[in-house]
Design a protein around this ligand. Structure first.
Ligand code: C2O
Ligand code: CU
Ligand code: CU
Length: 461
């Protein structure tokens, strides 16, 4: 049995400045075997950055991998040149990269940084559980699969002042699935070793790539010894394509206090939570509700076999607990009335092929924005699809207004940046554009769909 790993916390090189190196490393994930990962600082998940609201932070990402990378802060509100645009790449010192070999020949759209790039995050945003991951053009899915993802926890006074569980009882929990070869290496369909050629993206990628082993913070089926007390679990689905329906057995509830973009106005109680790729749920679980010695399992009701098991909590001992879940968590800011309504339809068109996953009939084309919203305004975006697509919008937070004309689900509460759009559903979201001018992306967060061009640019003007 493997204990739940807690990713190490990044240490600044000087106040407000961090450096992280993307490199290959051999680690033990499946006991007794070795897996080569690509990790930030050679670990998977990468280091956790604990940052404060308003504390401008510079993270220098040095790439020592054989492939170009682009690092995106998912949920971050930052200027576009630090957004991890897919063609804004860091190439290892001394390595060449020729964009002309890709499907995207417009060379004006590519930027190459040799060795390293400084990403600047003003962090003028609420406390929230964010995450960072690779966002390279056409190769986000295989590069994240190899391990290029980690947490950023933004903290602020409002969240700190609440009596929610803190310290060792406040845990980031990254859930993702992987498949392994017998020797322990990651198995990814059509994984070209050089990853300089686009893999054959055909029928077997229809629903994206799933693995049969669930990892939590990089470990299979781990356990955590817990006190009979409340814990704050910052759940993140970092899978390429798999969605989870999380439940506790033998019974138990998740009290949700936050969503993708931070605290809810008031807690919401769930027996089960469906988490789509890219989404975060900040929940409290009270282990004092179980007798000492209970093994509480978090299961995935959507998974069969190994994919049904997520992790275990072993309730070890009684302990003091001065935490509480207040009935009011955060003040609800009034939202200005929407100035425009736009529709985005996520659809697979044609038969296979690289550009058959589209938004409004368009495969992703860098430099061709599908919308030009104004900074400081709010718009209603109507999201539709003929399939299951977790839709993610960069830079902007939104609230779910309705699903199929009916009120949103209890799990839709709060400010979000990713929403699961189910087959033939019409999801209306109220998007607030309060960040920076420039170009940003919206895309399906099924990473194989994203790489198959289900992505669109919008420009904030
Ligand atoms: Cu988490 Cu554009 O992605
Ligand atoms: Cu994002
Ligand atoms: Cu999709």
């Amino acid at each position: 049995a493997v204990p739940l790993p807690i990713p190490k916390t990044a240490v600044p090189v000087r106040p407000g400045h961090y450096e992280v190196v993307q490199r290959a490393a051999k680690v033990e994930i499946i006991p007794g075997t070795t897996t080569e990962i690509w990790g930030y600082d050679g670990i998977f998940p990468g280091p956790t950055f604990e940052l404060r609201r308003g504390g401008r932070t510079v993270i220098r990402v040095r790439n020592e991998l054989p492939v170009p990378t682009s690092t995106h802060l998912h949920g971050g509100v930052n200027p576009p040149d630090s957004d991890g645009y897919p063609t804004d790449l860091v190439v290892a010192e001394g390595r060449a990269f020729h964009p002309a070999h890709s499907d995207h020949h417009d060379l004006s759209q590519w930027t190459l940084h040799q060795g390293a790039k400084d990403y600047v995050y003003p962090l003028e945003q609420r406390a929230a559980t964010l995450w960072y991951h690779d966002h390279r053009m056409d190769f986000t899915a295989p590069q994240v699969w190899r391990g290029l993802a980690g947490f950023v926890l933004v903290r602020d006074d409002e969240d700190d002042a609440l009596p929610l569980p803190k310290g060792g009882r406040d845990l980031p929990v990254m859930i993702c699935d992987r498949a392994f070869e017998e020797d322990g290496s990651f198995r990814y369909p059509a994984l070209d070793p050089s990853l300089l050629v686009r893999p054959g993206v055909e029928e077997d990628f229809m629903e994206g790539v799933e693995g049969d082993v669930i990892l939590v913070n990089g470990a299979p089926w781990p356990f955590l010894d817990v006190d009979a007390a409340r814990y704050r679990l910052r759940l993140l689905n970092a899978s390429n394509a798999r969605r989870y329906r999380l439940r506790l057995t033998p019974g138990g509830r998740f009290v949700q206090v936050g969503s993708d973009q931070g605290l809810l106005a008031a807690p919401v109680v769930h027996d089960a939570i469906t988490v789509a790729p890219g989404e975060r749920f900040d929940v409290i679980v009270d282990f004092s509700a179980y007798p000492i010695g209970t093994e509480v399992t978090m299961v995935n009701a959507l998974g069969v076999g190994g994919a049904g098991d997520v992790m275990r909590f072993r309730v070890r001992r009684r302990a003091a607990d001065d935490s509480a879940i207040p009935r009011r968590l955060s003040s609800v800011e009034p939202v200005a009335a929407a100035v425009a309504t736009r529709a985005f339809d996520f659809r697979r068109t044609g038969q296979g092929g690289a550009d058959s996953w589209t938004i409004n009939g368009q495969p992703f084309r860098p430099g061709h924005p599908l919308a030009r919203p104004r900074l400081g305004t709010t718009e209603v975006w109507r999201l539709t699809s003929d399939f299951h697509h977790p839709v993610h919008v960069h830079l902007a937070a939104f609230q779910v207004l309705s699903r199929n004309g009916r009120p949103p689900a209890p799990t839709d509460a709060g400010w979000k940046d990713t929403v699961d759009v189910r087959p033939y559903e019409v999801v209306d979201v109220l998007v607030r554009f309060a960040g920076y001018r420039g170009r940003y992306l919206m895309h399906c967060h099924n990473l194989e769909h994203e790489d198959m061009a289900m992505m669109a640019e919008f420009e904030l003007i």
